[in-house]
Design a protein around this ligand. Structure first.
Ligand SMILES: Cc1ncc(COP(=O)(O)O)c(C=O)c1O
Length: 373
C-alpha cells in the first residue's frame, strides 16, 4: 500500500479563514440575533450599498445565489421564449441553466487561448433572435470585455456578465461586472467574497432593472397583499449579508495574495511540463479564483500530485454542450474543439491566500518532477 504523503497542501482552506475572522463573524451573528430580522432587511440594504460602492456599480441587489442573479438579470431584461443568448461552453452549468430557465436558447461559441469566450467567433453566432451575450470571467480572469462590449453595442444586444468568479478582477481599472447591462456575482463559499453558505448579487447601472429584480426576488410582492407578478424566492439572508459586508473590505487583500502566488508560480514553473494561463491583457487584472494550468496527461499529473499531498481540482472536465442536460441544444463532440481540449487538460493548483512560500515552492517542485512526455 502506498504510504500517506507527509506534506498536505489543500486546494482551499475555509477553516483558516473562519479562524482568522472568528471575532468578526461572531459579531455578525450577534448583530443579526439582536435585530431579530433574518431575511432581507437593513443588513441586506447595508451590504447592497457597500457592494455598489466597492464595485463601482450604481445598483446592487442581494440574492440567494449567483445562478439566480444570472437568471433574474435575463428575466429582468425581458429575455425569454424564442430568444437566443450567446455564451461559452466553458463554465459552471449554472450559466446555461439560467438561460434555459428563462425559456431562451443558449448558443455556444468556442473559447480562445485565454480560456474565455472568443470575441472573434461571437459575431457569426448572432442572429435576429439574439438578445444577449453572456461572457464568463473564468477563474476570475476577465473575458475580453473591450471586444465583446463593442460587438454587443454594434449589434444592439445586451452584455450580461457572468461575474460569479469575477469579484476583485478589473478591466481598464474598473471592476468587472460594471461593463454590461447587468452582472451576476456569486457569494458561494468557494468564491473570493464568500457567504457562510449560498448567496449572490446582481449589479447594474439600470435603476428600472434593479427595481424589477427586487420585485422578482420576493415573489413579485409590492407589499404584503399585492403580488404584481409571480416571482421567486431569491432573498438574501441577513446573516449572509452581514458577513459579506464585513468581508468586502478583505477582497483586495485576498486578491493581492493570490496575485503574488500566481507570480511566484510563474517564476517557479517557467520550465515545468505544464502550460500556464496567458498573462493578463494590457489593462486587465485577474483575481485568480482558481489557477488552471494545462497538461496533456492531466489525470496522471493529478494522481502524481495527490500522491505527494497536493490537492487539485478539475474546473471542469466536461464542456457544457457534452452534459446530458444540454442534449436539446443539439451540439455534438467536436463542435467546440478548443473548449473540449481545455476541459481535458486543465488542472487547478492550490493558489489560495493561506498558502505560504514554502507550500508554493513545494507544489511547484512536485509539478516540475512530473515526467514529461
Ligand atoms: C461561472 C459561474 N457561473 C454561475 C455560478 C453560479 O453561482 P452560484 O453557485 O452562487 O449559484 C457559478 C458558481 O460556481 C460559476 O462559477
Amino acid at each position: 500500500m502506498a504510504s500517506e504523503p507527509s506534506v498536505r497542501v489543500p486546494i482551499v482552506d475555509l477553516r483558516a479563514r473562519a479562524r482568522e475572522e472568528r471575532a468578526e463573524l461572531l459579531a455578525c451573528v450577534e448583530r443579526v440575533l439582536d435585530d431579530g430580522g433574518y431575511v432581507l432587511g437593513p443588513e441586506v440594504a447595508r451590504f447592497e450599498r457597500a457592494a455598489a460602492e466597492a464595485i463601482g456599480a450604481p445598483h446592487v441587489v442581494g440574492l440567494n445565489s449567483g445562478t439566480d442573479a444570472l437568471m433574474l438579470a435575463l428575466w429582468g431584461l425581458g429575455v425569454g421564449r424564442g430568444d437566443e443568448v450567446v455564451t461559452t461552453p466553458v463554465s459552471f452549468v449554472a450559466t446555461v441553466a439560467a438561460i434555459a430557465h428563462v425559456g431562451a436558447r443558449a448558443v455556444l461559441v468556442d473559447v480562445g487561448p485565454d480560456q474565455n469566450l472568443d470575441p472573434g467567433r461571437v459575431e457569426a453566432a448572432i442572429t435576429e433572435r439574439t438578445r444577449a451575450i453572456v461572457p464568463v470571467h473564468w477563474a476570475g480572469r476577465p473575458a475580453d470585455l473591450g471586444a465583446l462590449g463593442e460587438i454587443a453595442r454594434r449589434r444592439g444586444v445586451a452584455l450580461v456578465e457572468d461575474a460569479a468568479q469575477g469579484i476583485g478582477a478589473s478591466h481598464q481599472g474598473r471592476s468587472v461586472g460594471t461593463f454590461g447591462a447587468a452582472a451576476a456575482f456569486s457569494a458561494h463559499p468557494l468564491k473570493l467574497l464568500p457567504a457562510l453558505g449560498d448567496g449572490g448579487f446582481l449589479a447594474t447601472g439600470d435603476a428600472d432593472l434593479a427595481q424589477r429584480v427586487r420585485l422578482y426576488r420576493n415573489h413579485g410582492l409590492e407589499d404584503r397583499d399585492t403580488c404584481a407578478i409571480f416571482g421567486v424566492n431569491s432573498r438574501l439572508d441577513a446573516l449572509h449579508a452581514a458577513v459579506l459586508a464585513m468581508r468586502l473590505d478583505n477582497v483586495a487583500g485576498v486578491v493581492a495574495a493570490r496575485r503574488r502566488n500566481v507570480a511566484r508560480y510563474r517564476e517557479l514553473l517557467a520550465d515545468a511540463p505544464v502550460a500556464l494561463p496567458p498573462e493578463d491583457r494590457s489593462g486587465d487584472a485577474s483575481a485568480w479564483t482558481f489557477f488552471n494550468v494545462r497538461a496533456a496527461r492531466r489525470d496522471a499529473l493529478r494522481e502524481h500530485l495527490a500522491a505527494r499531498g497536493v490537492e487539485t481540482l478539475v474546473y471542469y472536465g466536461t464542456a457544457l454542450h457534452l452534459h446530458p442536460a444540454a442534449k436539446a441544444l443539439g451540439y455534438a463532440r467536436g463542435d467546440f474543439p478548443v473548449a473540449e481540449r481545455q476541459c481535458a487538460e486543465v488542472l487547478a493548483l492550490p493558489v489560495h491566500e493561506h498558502l505560504d512560500e514554502a507550500q508554493i515552492a513545494y507544489v511547484a517542485e512536485q509539478v516540475r518532477a512530473f515526467p514529461a512526455g
